[in-house]
Design a protein around this ligand. Structure first.
Ligand code: AKG
Length: 279
């Protein structure tokens, strides 16, 4: 499926933009299912928010609970000073994670199939393992920033094989918080590692190399249906969404079974729900 030039570009830049990878019908089905999951979610159960600014938040029980669940996380700015939602629940959720691809038939269908299996193979993932799925809403007005990071921070393997599959479910623009990245940045070092610490998890600093500045960062403005694939060492970022339109995206984080998955990674799977590939 990939041309030689595309394969070379992936090696050089650390990412590849593949327009029209998913059809409007596939996207509509996923969006509909995500909406249903949010509708069924009772906000009384939890106030767990997702923010990359405050890593301590990652350690709450709801987030760290078993990685084999489907859970909703609020936008940091969803609540007023009294702890009440400022807008409808459907416009307050930051993301759904982390096991929809294994537990929900609609998400399973979107996340697997021959095209993705072949693409993974061409990217060097001979024995892909889909650890995590996230449906990211990037809500209008309050969609949170995702600070600069590398996905190998969260999915450490030896050697590093984690590869991100990021599907645009709506047009992503600079206004609504598209991804930013640094072409070639995957040749830099791993800067941080997010590891289990007691009942929670925390960030270990590994390398002081600065994140890309304005001059080196490139915005990935892409149309709905586009798949962006990127290397686990590629730094990436997305700005807060202060616009009136959402920026839904869906991501899969995939490693190669031939690399050793660290037992210190925060996300682990039990034998009852083994991690699977693209077929
Ligand atoms: O979609 C975003 O804003 C960030 C997604 C991301 O960082 C990831 O999937 O690794």
């Amino acid at each position: 499926m990939l041309t030689d030039a595309q394969q070379q570009q992936y090696q050089d830049d650390g990412f590849l933009v593949l327009p029209d990878f998913k059809t409007a019908a596939e996207i509509a089905a996923l969006r509909q299912r995500a909406q249903e999951i949010v509708d069924e979610f009772d906000p009384g159960e939890t106030r767990s928010i997702f923010t990359t600014q405050e890593q301590a938040r990652h350690t709450d029980d709801y987030f760290m609970g078993p990685a084999d669940k489907i859970r909703c996380f609020f936008e940091e700015e969803a609540f007023d000073a009294q702890g009440r939602l400022k807008q409808a629940k459907a416009l307050s959720i930051n993301k759904i994670g982390h096991a929809m691809h294994d537990l929900d038939p609609v998400f399973d269908r979107f996340s697997r199939g021959p095209a993705l299996a072949e693409l993974a193979r061409q990217l060097g993932l001979e024995a892909p393992q889909l650890w995590q799925s996230m449906y990211i809403f990037k809500q209008p007005g309050i969609g949170g920033e995702v600070g600069w990071h590398q996905d190998a921070t969260f999915f450490d393997t030896t050697p590093i094989t984690v590869t991100t599959f990021w599907f645009a479910l709506e047009d992503a623009t600079r206004d609504n918080g598209c991804l930013w990245t640094e072409a070639g940045g995957h040749r830099g070092p791993l800067r941080e590692r997010f590891v289990k610490q007691g009942a929670g998890a925390g960030m270990e600093k590994l390398d002081a190399t600065p994140w890309p500045d304005g001059a080196r960062a490139v915005p990935l403005e892409v149309k709905a249906g586009t798949l962006v694939v990127f290397h686990g060492l590629l730094p990436h970022y997305s700005a807060p969404n202060r616009s009136a339109v959402s920026r839904h995206a869906y991501t899969l984080h995939v490693t190669d079974q031939r690399s050793a998955y660290s037992p210190r990674n925060w996300l682990q799977r039990g034998a009852h729900l083994p991690v699977r590939g693209f077929v």
